[in-house]
Structure formats: C-alpha cells, structure tokens
Design a protein around this ligand. Sequence first.
Ligand code: PRX
Length: 655
Amino acid sequence: MVEDSLDSVPGDAATARRPPSTFARDTTVTDTSVYERFDREWPDCWADAAALLEWDEPYDEVLDADDAPFYRWFVGGRLNAAENCIDRHLEAGRKNQVAIRWEGKRGERRTYTYYDLHREVTAVAAALRELGVEADDVVTLYLPTVPELPITMLACARIGALHNVVFAGFAPDALLGRMEQDDSSVLVTCDGYFHEGTAVGQKRKADAALAALESTIPTVVVDRLGADHDTQLGADQYAYSALADRFEGATVPPVSRAATDPLFHIHTSGTTGEPQRMTHATGGYLAGTTWTTRAVFDLSPGDTYWCTADMGWITGHSYVVYGPLARGATVVLTEGSLRYPDRHRPWEVIERNAVNVFYTTPGVVRTFMKWGESFPAAHDRSSLRLLGTVGEPIGPDTWEWFYTHVGEERCPIVDTWWQTETGSILLSTLPGVSEMKPGAVGPPLPGIEARAVDENGRELPPGEPGSLTITKPWPSMITPLESDRYWVLAEYWQQFSDRRADTWQYATGDRAVVDDDGYITIIGRDDDVVTIGNRRLGTAELEAAITAVDGVTEAAAVAGSADGDTDLYVFATAEQDLTGREALRESISDAIVDRIGRFASPAAVVFTPELPETHTGKTMYRVLEGIVDDAPLEDSEPLRNPEIVGELTTLWGRN
Ligand code: PRX
C-alpha cells in the first residue's frame, strides 16, 4: 500500500516531471492532439487500434451500442489472434527475429524465433484438434512460466478454442472449480516445477482435480522436471513433447473468428470477492491491448520487453502474450523468483537480454529498494528506455527510487491503471508526451473517459474523492457470455448508471480523486474499508498514517473481532530486526491516534517479514482477516507468497 510519508502528496504538481528529452519514441504517439482527435472522432477513433491488426474480413461498424451496456466492437469483422501474433510477422520479414526468450529457474535458456513459435504453435494446435478440441471449446492451462504456456494459449487461439489459464500455484479445488465453471474439454499441465532448487509436483494437484471432475478429459503433460523425475501418464494422458513431435510440420490454417467471438476466459477474485469467470472478445481485446502496447509501452517490432507478471493473471495475458507479440516485439519470460539464485537476477536479466521496456509492480520495486541500489548499479542498464508499473499506487518515494536508480533519470515511468475486466490499460500518461506526477496514475488515455462520482453517480469536482467510473465504452472491455450477463450487469453497470437517461457508467470498484489537470490518483478499492466504532475508515488512510512512522516499510490494517468487539489490527513490516519493536508499536498507535482518532487505536500491532500479497502486489486482506478471526481460509489463495500464511499464524499466536 502507500508507504511514503504524507509530506509528499501523491500527484503533487510541485513534484511533476517532464519526460526526459532523450526518450526515443514512436512518432505516432508524440502528438498531444491525439487526445482531442480521439474525443472528436469517438468512437470511430478506435479504427486506429483496429488498423494495427490484420483482418480476414473488414468490420462494418466500430461500435454497436444497440444492446448497451453489452457493447459490441468491430462488428462484422473477422480475424485470428494467433495469426496476428505470429504469422503476419513471418510475412513481414521477421521470421528470424526472436519472439520469446525464456530463462528458467535453474539457469536454463530457450529462445524461440517467430518462425520457431509458428512451428510449435501449429503442431500443438494440430494436437489439440486430434484430442477433439473444436472452435469455442475451452482448454484449461495449469502451467508455471514455461514457453509451453504462451504456445498453448496461441495454439488455442489458432483453432478458435478458448483458453482458461489457471495460476499454477492454485490448489486442486480451485483448479477444479474453474474447470467446472468452464466445462473444459482438455487440461494442459506439467509434471512439476522447481521452487528454489526443490521439485514441486504439479501433476499430482492436477490429478486430484481431475479425479473429482464428473467426466474424464484428455490431459497433456509438459515435462518440466527432466529425465531425473519419472512421471506416470494415466489413461487419456499425453506427453506434450510426444504430441509436438508427432504433429511437427502440420498445417493448421488459423480459424477466422468474428471480432465478437470470445478469445479466452479468465477468473478473477479480487481481494474480497468470489472468483468469477470473465470473457474477452477477439477483436476488441486484441485491438485494445495492441494499441496500448504501442501507445503506452512504445513497443515496436524488434524491441525487447520484460514484464514480471505471471501469465496466470490478466497482465500476463495482455502484456506478456497478446500485446507485445501482436507488436512483433521480443518478450523475455522469466520463471521463478527474482531473488533466486541471488538478488542480482533481475538486473542480469535486463543486462543479458538488453531489455528496453521493463514492466513490474510497485511491490517489486519496494523489494528492490530494500535490497539496495548497489544491485542495479552493478549491471549495465543502458538498454532500458521505459519503465512501467501496475497493480497498486506507486508512492512518490518508490517512484523516485525507480526513476533514479533503475532508469538513471532517462527513462519515463508509466504508472498504468487497469483491471482484469478492462482488458487493457485505461489510465496512464503517454511516455514522451505527458508530464509525470509521481503517485498519480495519470489522465485517461485518448478515447477513454473516467470520473470520480458520488453514490448517485454524479461527477465530483476536482480534489473530492469518490468512486471511479468509466463513462464511455472501450474496445477491450469484458464481453460476457449470455449466461454471465445478469451478474455482470449488477456488479459493474447498475451501480451508478442513470437508466432513464440511458447513460451507462462502468463501476471499477476503486476510489479515486481527480486533480485540476485531470490526473487521477487511485486511493484504493472501494471495498478496502474497515468499520471501527461505527466509523468507516479506508485502509489506505490508516496505512498511510502507519507507514509515515520512521522505520515502518509496509502496513495493512484490518478489522477483526478476536475479542468480541470489532477492533483494528495492524500488520506491519519494519526496516530493522527485532530491537526496538516495542517502541515502534507505540509509535504506530500514536500515529493512528494522532492522525485518525483514539477510537481507531489498534488492538494489536503484529510485525511480519512480509504481507500476504497477490501477484499484482495487492495486500490480501482476507488472509489477514482470517488470521485475526481465527477462521483461516481453506481454499488456496492466489498469493505471491503463500508461505507467509503459516508464519503469520505463528506470529499472531505469539501476539
Ligand atoms: O484497485 C485497482 C488496482 O488493481 C485492481 C485490478 O486488479 P486486477 O484485475 O487483478 O488487475 C491487475 C492488473 C491490471 C484495480 O481495480 N490497480 C491496478 N493498477 C493500478 C491499481 N491501483 C493503483 N494504481 C495502479 N496503477
């Protein structure tokens, strides 16, 4: 959460920075008139995004709003996403350009040119067909960061099947629920993977889920552990490599899909809700991700790009696979922890691969900060041109550190706001064009309109925090299946919309404030609220008070009723080791009493080495609430650091 002192106001004009003049950029997005033109020509302006793709059939209409809020984009058009990410680059003379550079956990490296990618994707597409997969069927992928994951995603797209990627760290129950919700035809998994040197079973988890599934489905198993680890294949289970060999050289023409046909499903649970199935449509999603990959990440063919996100989450779909490959870039994929084998790894990846654009989360940057600037300083970072963050607000101090010690003050930083549901970035500065205000995300991108509104959906004046809504549709918005429309309408569209006036506002679930220049600062989730003594408090507000205390690095505030009453509990990480903890506890209590009021004074402050976090760097409040209320979560949570749960339970017990 916000770890910087309140003295530095997020998005303060006083700290605003012009983009470095040395920044090399795509000339199409250097002109600020793009904002005005997109406004004037909306929605036809989005033809610019569609023009970055290759179409089998041109579309008749950019936007069809007849069934609003279930908008349909590029209606009448037909295309194939895999063809756009691979085949057309071969035709454009990029056959031998590297598409994927993979670095495994044990130092292994694999390189795929666009030609190699084409061969393997086609072979896997043929294999999936052989296993009975047809257009519109769903294939569940349960794989860690191995090249076979994007390859299988693209193989699905090639034959018009939908992929449903389930994060490899999920437990069998979570996998089962997601496979059932999607009526999966095939499962693709692996034997296991290495965690800091030890082999972890993946197929075992997959087999447990498969055993509980009502029907038997074919399973494809990637060999990740190598010859030392024997894997037994059961009935209807196939080795990925045997299938890929068998169909090597196959011809599988890409299946032409309507722009409005679904491309994939993905489940999202956020920090509080239940996992729900999201669907993205082929044309709008690909147009949105490709356009933003160009406009925000300034990626052109041949650029090398590294994003630390796992492909199990939307960031990995939009900005590891589809956007960068549609742009013809070289994508670096890294398996495993950034600290293994040591803290030099991230900087070695950048140096070795000459990474131009680096996209990560503020949480990762804070970790780099804790390790210290000597690590990046020991490596050549001259290839870096642009830095980006996503997932949570980046506090001004973290921003400055990233700007100075990683980007050497010559790389703009794009703080990008978006969601699983939005498919692509909606709020961000345009690098090379816009002033950057550390702490504020930036204005809506061209063609996007966002507001902070009150509970009746009325726009609030600058400076007044409210609920963040998006007030115009955008190409990569979720396009729910017929059967999901009911809850999508209720969850996202009905909260702030005035149906008599026929205006639709999409509710993001975030709180935000807009400044006089139209820059938006994200305060936190609307649902990150604790009620103490009948007062509603934003966790962000509490946490800002706590992290302003010298020596505290991160904090999470949760409400719990460990002792009957609802009280506030604080979990914090500290700079120093155990000495001085008692004094720090007191300072935290004092800070809360000072800044918020005595009623909010915490019942306990627990120090922990790390907070439980999602892969996009968000604090997982439900885990902490479960610990306080002595009702630990039973399902496996989508945590970046699941090992912290046991440790927290022990620390809580000692408290
Ligand atoms: O609360 C916002 C936060 O992450 C949420 C979306 O999470 P998810 O669907 O998992 O997608 C994450 C990757 C796009 C948002 O509702 N969020 C995302 N980006 C930012 C952010 N909060 C502040 N600043 C951001 N740049």
